[in-house]
Design a protein around this ligand. Structure first.
Ligand code: CDP
Length: 242
């Protein structure tokens, strides 16, 4: 979180006109890429994220295979043109961290025991970034994995909340993330009630934390509803096309 240099709440409204507990507009679609086992595209505010799944397939190198289950690996990448200053192509500390938290979240819900000795690769490409990309990426990756047919105990849903101009608000956009006081991304598997990601960048009091956490979970539950509807609609489309 940067030093505050910008007023983020004017006349009780956020810069993009949202209420404190309002999500940005979200659109999602699955089955968008032909050469993957499963894929998804999510637009969330000004974020645009594509996810594709390869596998399960034989894991290499052989000595790293797990005879009890598949190894799920996520690779998060930001396109060079996804941010204002050209992002240097290739992995950096931030993308390695986000790749790991997405891999961990998905590995908690995928039934990996069904595919011993294999690897499942989930690739996430951020085409346009506007804060909250780890949450958008988790949502897209979870949809792509479900679309690939790998059995899952639940979907993973995510949303961030945070603190701007002293107020706890849902789903920070870029200016709020840059100039706000705190960002709190949360991922959950709602049916199982598990928390699969909880990070915090900034400071909150105990009361503020409780409020922000509950707000993020409520946001993630709304997103979960959209994810389920997207998957159900895609199955209806599939049946109609047959
Ligand atoms: O994207 P997320 O909020 O999950 O992660 P972050 O590290 O808190 O980054 C916040 C935002 O900063 C990103 O969504 C991008 O909009 C922006 N960013 C950027 O402009 N250039 C980078 N190299 C990395 C992030």
């Amino acid at each position: 979180m940067a030093e505050k240099e910008m007023k983020l709440i004017v006349d009780g409204k956020r810069l993009d006109g949202r209420k404190f507990d309002e999500l940005r507009e979200i659109k999602m679609e699955v089955n968008v890429l032909e050469r993957t086992m499963g894929s998804a595209y999510v637009e969330w505010g000004n974020n645009k994220v594509l996810a594709g799944v390869h596998g399960p397939r034989e894991f290499h190198p052989k000595f790293l295979r797990d005879p009890r289950k598949a190894i799920l690996t996520c690779t998060y990448n930001m396109a060079a043109f996804s941010v204002d200053d050209r992002k240097r192509p290739g992995p950096d500390r931030r993308s390695v961290e986000i790749s790991k938290v997405i891999s961990d979240a998905l590995s908690s819900v995928a039934v990996l025991e069904k595919y011993p000795n294999t690897g499942i690769d989930v690739f996430v490409e951020v085409l346009q970034a506007d804060a909250g990309t780890r949450c958008v990426s988790i949502v897209a990756a979870s949809l792509a994995l479900a679309n690939s047919g790998v059995p899952m105990k639940d979907l993973v849903s995510a949303c961030a909340s945070g603190k701007i101009d002293g107020e706890i608000v849902l789903d920070l956009m870029k200016e709020e993330d840059n100039y706000g006081e705190c960002d709190l991304p949360v991922a959950i598997s709602p049916r199982r009630g598990d928390i699969l990601l909880l990070q915090m960048d900034g400071n909150l009091t105990r009361e503020e934390y409780t409020k922000a956490y509950n707000l993020a979970v409520e946001g993630a539950k709304k997103v979960y509803g959209m994810q389920k509807k997207t998957l159900l609609d895609s199955m209806v489309n599939l049946e109609e096309g047959e």
